[in-house]
Ligand binder design. Structure first.
Ligand code: ZN
Length: 407
């Protein structure tokens, strides 16, 4: 039993390099594939870039979607691709002019052509050279559309808009459902779409396409705020969190049960170290309504539990444990989610997509708006009083289910 003692166990350096980082679905870049893919050409320009890889778990992608759509998708997720418009949510889907967004996206996907030869007996081939020579621009475009309609790689392809389950929360313009669902099309076109992932054509037509990854889980464990949450305190915060959990009886009991069940050898202390070995922190330099720092630290970890009950119990312990960094407690902060690409790993102002060089999609002016808001707030004579009362970060707006998010 001595090996199970907390006090005498040779605990490792809490700041040792994190493990399992290669398994993190939130990291990595798009456009990598082995073996390499054939890249089709399109006559419509789009931002042809390498992006951050986007990952969203199944339950988020199907969140607030009606059962009639969810059930068949859950039964065969590999036959579907997810299409998420940039800035998706109630507001986008109900916006005038977006009623046929699925058809607009499908029309763009039909423009992709592979260089391979087609069987002319079964596929209509449009002789573009003959049509486009000396033709009017509208005739040329009509010829392209005729070619698209005959695209062998998009035969049978459909994109279905999400149907909301119940009445939902229409007031949250970025509320779920977010995703559309794509079926059909050739395997090589589907592979290319998931490989390229993000397509920015213009300010109204920008979206990401992903495969469902039902075996992958969110690595976001908790977000923290408070006086001690500063970038330079990363080591102190990580040390405080790991040490608290290593000594936390409930945590030790649970992770020992999970890891023993998963066949991971070792004592309860070894298991506590194993479970926290992938912990990393990321910092978001938010400011509140008055321009004061309101930095948020995001804790990420590999979720080792294989069933939902264990996962919930694990997250509950992590999120309800009180951690102290010197004399300052860490406060559990609201979720971080990007209103634009929907990632949980950065706030909207930190979205990497609209900062991509050559980006044709919509951009975000929230930083300027926030700066103006701060300027106005600080000009009011009452601002000092408000700050004195400990004003909370107003960049966090209430989201669905009372969750708060950093926009
Ligand atoms: Zn984003």
């Amino acid at each position: 039993m001595a090996a199970n003692e907390k006090e005498t166990y040779p605990w490792p350096d809490p700041l040792a390099p994190p493990k399992f980082t290669g398994d993190n679905p939130h990291t990595g870049r798009t456009c990598s594939s082995t073996p390499s893919l054939e890249i089709p050409a399109s006559w419509v320009a789009y931002t042809d870039a390498v992006y951050d890889r986007l990952f969203l778990p199944l339950d988020q992608l199907l969140g607030n979607v009606c059962g009639e759509q969810v059930e068949p998708i859950k039964a065969t997720p590999e036959t579907f691709l997810v299409v998420i418009p940039y800035g998706a949510g109630n507001g986008l889907y109900t916006k005038k002019g977006n009623q046929h967004l699925n058809q607009d996206i499908l029309a763009f996907l039909k423009t992709f052509r592979f260089a391979r030869a087609v069987d002319e007996d079964t596929v209509a081939v449009v002789d573009l050279d003959a049509i486009t020579e000396g033709a009017m621009p509208e005739q040329v475009e009509a010829a392209y559309h005729a070619q698209d309609a005959a695209n062998p790689d998009t035969q049978g392809m459909q994109i279905v808009m999400p149907t909301q389950s119940g009445t939902g929360n229409g007031k949250d313009r970025y509320g779920k459902p977010w995703a559309m669902f794509l079926t059909g099309g050739s395997e090589w076109l589907r592979d290319f779409l998931a490989y390229q992932q993000t397509f920015a054509i213009d300010k109204t037509l920008t979206f990401s396409i992903m495969k469902f990854e039902p075996a992958q889980f969110l690595w976001i464990i908790a977000n923290f705020s408070g006086d001690s949450v500063l970038c330079e305190a990363e080591g102190a915060i990580l040390t405080a969190v790991k040490r608290s959990l290593w000594y936390h009886d409930e945590f030790r009991f649970l992770i020992d049960k999970i890891l023993t069940k998963n066949g991971v050898p070792g004592t309860v202390n070894d298991h506590a170290v194993h479970m926290t070995a992938s912990f990393t922190l990321a910092f978001f330099n938010n400011t509140d309504d008055w321009g004061c720092p309101a930095t948020v630290a995001q804790l990420c970890s590999k979720l080792i539990a294989t069933n939902i009950e264990d996962q919930r119990a694990y997250l509950h312990i992590i999120r309800t444990t009180q951690y102290w960094v010197d004399l300052a407690p860490l406060k559990l902060a609201g979720s971080i989610d990007c209103q634009l690409c929907k990632a949980d790993t950065h706030p909207t102002y930190g979205c990497p997509f609209f900062k991509t060089e050559g980006w044709y999609g919509p951009t975000y002016d929230g930083v300027e708006r926030h700066a103006q808001h701060v300027q106005k707030a600080n000009m009011k004579p009452t601002s000092q009083i408000k700050r004195g009362r400990g004003g909370h970060p107003q960049k966090m707006s209430a989201g669905k289910n009372g969750r708060k998010r950093v926009p």
